[in-house]
Design a protein around this ligand. Structure first.
Ligand SMILES: C[S@@+](CC[C@H](N)C(=O)[O-])C[C@H]1O[C@@H](n2cnc3c(N)ncnc32)[C@H](O)[C@@H]1O
Length: 172
């Protein structure tokens, strides 16, 4: 629990300079991971650990018409986002089963004490067959995460994505 408090505080403090410092590097990850994702037909999309809403800004620039809902722990990060956002913990998502057509998450899950429990939550809120596309900081990556992922999702691809490792998966 303490660790989550620390993460929340860290991002509350960095919210004021986050976009300036990280927008470019995050946009590169979105470009690489979402090249083949159709946002015109995406339906309701969860941006898990949305931060300041950079992904939503990126998609707006591309003319995407997806219905994006962001979730994050940090209130100060969420204040900067333009899409519909909810302050919540990835381990306990306040949504009904199958509420989303797709779940995206960039550079957010590596801070979780037990990423497997957030992955189980993603499975719960994602419709069967829906895509789960995410990146995870390489330096925090563990094989335990990949094990949890394989139990709940079919992994379509795994590859380098700058400082992150990126996965494209489909809900079993
Ligand atoms: C490196 S930022 C990435 C933000 C955004 N995805 C982007 O591409 O710019 C990581 C974000 O994950 C959020 N986060 C970390 N742990 C979380 C948790 N347990 N539940 C929800 N959000 C979390 C942080 O508050 C922070 O905003």
């Amino acid at each position: 629990m303490l660790k989550k408090k620390y993460i929340k505080r860290k991002y509350d403090l960095s919210a004021q300079f986050y976009d300036r410092r990280y927008a470019q590097i995050q946009f590169e990850k979105y470009k690489s991971m979402l090249a083949r994702f159709s946002f015109q037909k995406a339906g309701r999309v969860l941006d898990l650990g949305c931060g300041s809403g950079l992904l939503s800004k990126f998609l707006a620039k591309k003319g995407a018409k997806a219905d994006i809902i962001g979730v994050d722990l940090s209130f100060n990060m969420l204040k900067r986002a333009k899409e519909l956002v909810v302050q919540a913990d990835a381990d306990h998502l306040p949504f009904k089963p199958g509420a989303f057509n797709a779940v995206l998450s960039f550079t957010s899950l590596q801070g979780l004490p037990r990423p497997a429990s957030a992955i189980a939550e993603v499975k719960r809120v994602l419709k069967p067959g829906g895509p789960f596309i995410f990146t995870f900081m390489k330096k925090r990556f563990s094989t335990a995460l990949e094990g949890g992922l394989k139990e709940n999702f079919k992994i379509i691809s795994k590859h380098d994505c700058g400082e992150d490792v990126g996965f494209r998966c489909v809900r079993a």
